[in-house]
Design a protein around this ligand. Structure first.
Ligand code: GAR
Length: 199
């Protein structure tokens, strides 16, 4: 069994894709131990509650420094027996101490084909605005391991999505989520769980 924590900041549609995959058994041998948001009003927390998953708000605002926040978060996740941390629309940059503590055990979903439209300032709708402004014909999503840079860790999975005539950032975001993010995020978790099964 692979114990995961899902960290969120907003609507939680990627979290929902993971919950659905666990419940319908396409994601086997995976337990969602907890869902953590940095925002108390994130709808993602409600999604977790509806499925009986422990959920809490742990915000950097309540700690003296990013380092202190990272330490608390790491301790909390270790107490829960978390083995893989999944960043699913989590918009806090985690401190280096936390990344080192969970080295090789943190993954993130990003709504573009890295290395395009990624790094500082590229998150959520801004990514799709930038893709449309550049006029790319193909975009997509990437699941990657998290290292101490922003969107610089090793790539696990990518899926391309076509840009269509008349796309707005919102329409493109929805297509990228439906066709790419909700597919490759559960799949990447499954690959990691599968590797453990082999070991
Ligand atoms: C998703 O599109 C995710 O890829 C993006 O935020 C959205 C969260 O949606 N993450 C980033 O931009 C990280 N750089 P959700 O809360 O509905 O899953």
């Amino acid at each position: 069994m692979l114990n995961i924590a899902v960290l969120v900041s907003g609507g939680g549609t990627n979290l929902q894709a993971i919950i659905d995959s666990v419940e319908n058994q396409t994601l086997k041998d995976v337990t969602i131990k907890c869902v953590i948001s940095n925002k108390s009003d994130a709808y993602a927390l409600e999604r977790a509650r509806k499925h009986g998953i422990a959920s809490s708000c742990i915000s950097p605002k309540d700690y003296g420094s990013k380092e202190e926040y990272g330490k608390y978060l790491a301790e909390y996740l270790k107490e829960q027996g978390v083995e893989l941390v999944v960043l699913a629309g989590f918009l806090v940059v985690l401190p280096p101490e936390f990344i080192r503590e969970f080295s090789g055990r943190i993954i993130n979903i990003h709504p573009s084909l890295i290395p395009s439209f990624c790094g500082d300032g590229f998150y959520g709708l801004k990514v799709h605005e930038a893709a449309l402004a550049r006029g790319v014909k193909v975009t997509g999503a990437t699941v990657h391991y998290v290292d101490e840079g922003t969107d610089t860790g090793p790539i696990i999975l990518q899926k391309a999505v076509e840009v269509e005539e008349g796309d707005t950032p919102e329409i493109l975001q929805k297509r990228v989520m439906e066709q790419a993010e909700w597919v490759i995020l559960p799949k990447a978790i499954e690959m990691i769980a599968e590797d453990r099964r082999k070991i």
